[in-house]
Design a protein around this ligand. Structure first.
Ligand code: OSB
Ligand code: MG
Length: 378
């Protein structure tokens, strides 16, 4: 297929409620959407999960925009691409900037699936018809308020509750939460807020029957995590530290992690995500799909990925209504009794809610291949 046009939208959406992690709070979501079109008029969509500020990783919306328009678009525009697996190879000589690469690659995966009349899940090799999902809950004022929020989501049927922790809001809160919900699958995510010297404190979480603790130590560490894991019963799950299959292999070989959170953007796209999935399946390491407070486009990609067989733990892909008054896709992502039914329409499986998308678009950039070869009309 030939990529004839790429459109980038700068988006601004307000989340229903602020989300607080060990880094801080935010409610306004600024991000990019990217549409890639082929010579037959098909269109595929990708989402950049980079945030406005570099608190989760070094990438931001603006660095993604720069990398995409100045480096990635020129590589794919006007180019003949036979399979989306080629895209990460085409980008291979450019270092890092994984979220930027993933934005373009994701749109091309969707385009490829639509063009070949398959769902994105089928194109990836996934078979599941419905996926199990959990929910990630931000830091609250106190344990009582957290318990009240958790009760609502348990009631809604979410299969696993993840709560954010930070120093001063950890052991005591988790003990109270566990006491309130003795049987609910539960985990904690520290977003790198601790150091190895906190081992004794983290050991107090052992005994609360947590499925895992996510990224307790530094975002660029796999060494101290191995030492911590040797002294902790609770399985460690790495998030921020994993950017590739190679990172995964090293972390697994060192014993730094027993579970992997796969985020498509963080690892540079669906092709690499699938490689990590396959490697972990071979090694007996369960994986689950993390979230980046995505709009419906990113959410749809997460759902497709989660249909692969080694996604055996519930992910963070909650329903659209947990985040947005109105999402940019139609229908929205709906969670029923803790499950999302995988859509059976081609590609990402959800249509664009054009009206909502236009309303949340701040700016649009259009790049076309040679006018003579550009797609004509829709
Ligand atoms: O660490 O998984 C994380 C949100 C933003 C950045 C990092 C993380 C998160 C979440 C929420 O935990 C996931 C979601 O609901 O999309
Ligand atoms: Mg995390």
């Amino acid at each position: 297929m030939k990529i004839t046009e790429i459109r980038i939208r700068k988006m601004k959406m307000m989340m229903k409620k602020p989300f607080t992690t060990s880094f801080g709070t935010f409610q306004e979501k600024d991000f990019l959407l990217l549409e890639a079109k082929d010579e037959l008029g098909n269109s595929g969509w990708g989402e950049s999960v980079a945030f406005h500020s570099p608190w989760y990783s070094e990438e931001t919306l603006e660095t993604n925009l720069h990398i995409i328009k100045d480096f990635l678009v020129p590589i794919v525009l006007g180019n003949e691409i036979s399979h989306p697996n080629q895209v990460s190879e085409l980008f291979g000589h450019l270092r890092k900037n994984n979220m930027a690469k993933s934005t373009v690659e994701g749109a091309i995966w969707d385009l490829y699936a639509k063009r070949n009349k398959m769902t994105l899940a089928e194109a990836l090799g996934g078979a599941r018809k419905r996926i199990e999902v959990g929910i990630s809950i931000g830091i609250h004022e106190n344990a009582d308020e957290l318990i009240e929020t958790v009760a609502g989501f348990v009631e809604e049927g979410y299969k696993r509750i993840k709560v954010k922790i930070k120093p001063g809001y950890d052991v005591d809160v988790m003990q109270k939460l566990r006491a309130a919900f003795p049987d609910v699958p539960m985990m904690a995510d520290a977003n790198s807020a601790y150091r190895l010297k906190d081992t004794e404190l983290l050991q107090k979480l052992d005994g609360l029957n947590l499925t895992m603790i996510e990224q307790p130590l530094a975002s660029d560490d796999i060494i101290d995590h191995a030492t911590l894991q040797a002294n902790l019963q609770t399985p460690i799950c790495l998030d921020e530290s994993i950017h590739s299959l190679e990172d995964t292999r090293k972390a697994v070989e060192l014993g730094s992690t027993k579970i992997i959170n796969i985020k498509i953007g963080r690892v540079g796209g669906l092709t690499e995500a699938k490689k990590i999935h396959d490697y972990c399946a071979e090694k007996g390491i369960p994986v689950w799909c993390g979230g980046m407070l995505e709009s419906g486009i990113g959410r749809a990609h997460n759902i497709a990925l989660t249909t692969l067989p080694n996604f055996t733990l519930p992910g963070d892909t909650a329903g659209s209504s947990r985040y947005w008054e109105e999402d940019v896709i139609s229908p929205e992502v709906v969670v029923e009794d803790g499950y999302i039914t995988v859509p059976d329409a081609y590609g990402i499986g959800y249509a664009i809610n054009k009206q909502a998308m236009d309303r949340f678009t701040v700016e649009e950039l259009v790049f076309q291949a040679q006018p003579s070869t550009a797609a004509t009309g829709q």
